[in-house]
Design a protein around this ligand. Sequence first.
Ligand SMILES: *Cc1c(COP(=O)(O)O)cnc(C)c1O
Length: 386
Amino acid sequence: MLQKSRCLRNLIPSSSFGSLRKISAFYASGAASSVQEALEPSPYSGSDDENGDIDWDNLGFGIKQTDYMYVTKSTCDGVFEQGQISRFGNIELNPSAGVLNYGQGLFEGTKAFRREDGRLFLFRPDQNAIRMQFGADRMCMHSPSVDQFVDAVKQTALANRRWIPPPGKGSLYIRPLLIGSGPILGLAPAPEYTFLVFASPVGNYFKEGLSSLNLYIEEEFHRATRGGAGGVKSISNYSPVLKALTRAKSRGFSDVIFLDSVYKKNLEEATSCNVFVVKGNLISTPPTNGNILPGVTRKTVIDIARDHGYQVEERTVPVEELLDGDEVFCTGTAVGVLPVGSISYKGKRVEYKAGSQLVSRDLYSTLIGLQSGAIEDKKGWLLEVE
Ligand SMILES: *Cc1c(COP(=O)(O)O)cnc(C)c1O
């Protein structure tokens, strides 16, 4: 009882939640350069790199069970204990856990890559850590520190290193999860949080692979609303899009594009990736105004595009401009940078140019070049796992 009341006092966001403005500024500046130095060595010595029973040439984006996961829980005052790598397996939850009843949960997605020389790298995991903190603030959850998050991702990659595909065949998709695991009945933030990280080797997200996507502009359903939680990777944002997604897939489309819910005419994003439109030398994408998910790939591609001499604008993109573009592409950790082949809207289908001369190809090859080590990483985006 004593224990309980001590926990309840701490439910109200306190200093441990951090200031939203501070986190925003941190996120925007892409800081966290000290993450690398602050990492502690992983206690896990690593498993062997050999694995006979996987067909590296036909990896899709399905879940493949790997060997280990990382788990840690928060104490009542919101501090996360030192986590541990354990065998991958089911977890136990109280039926009244906040996540099961009120959807208090956040996920992240990042990848580990294997290079030709065998070295293993993560791509900007600090950005995922910061985004989880931002999301936790929005959803009234306690979150692990940036260093704790990055260390957990590193440990999970290392422990499952035999599942990291050979270069060019795919990557190890790493899925950090933060859930309200403490019991609650009346609506309130959960008294305890569990941070866990698991992984699965993946190839292409869409069955289209590296060809192009056929998208459908959704007019009935919306993904996000003004003042809602569309800008954070809350698990509660994803089931509501399944209706539109499965309907579009059953009609042969790859994914849907959502429009804003107020004017119903401005581009937002697809179910799990950001959308860009190219017209001449200008590349446009909607701003991160709370309705779209601030993708790490989105931010990276904007940087690469500016370095390549394109003009990039983050601004409202009316659907007419999208349909009138020379080229449209999607970005995300899972999808990479994928060209859009067609968009269907109000019974009409607009086709976009294809081929090797695409702006999206140019940007993607730079991104892949950085990840594979073929292009020198001058921005400190890559973190070696060793
Ligand atoms: C995760 C996600 C993205 C892409 O973000 P990345 O950090 O680039 O992987 C875009 N949109 C939505 C809705 C997402 O959930």
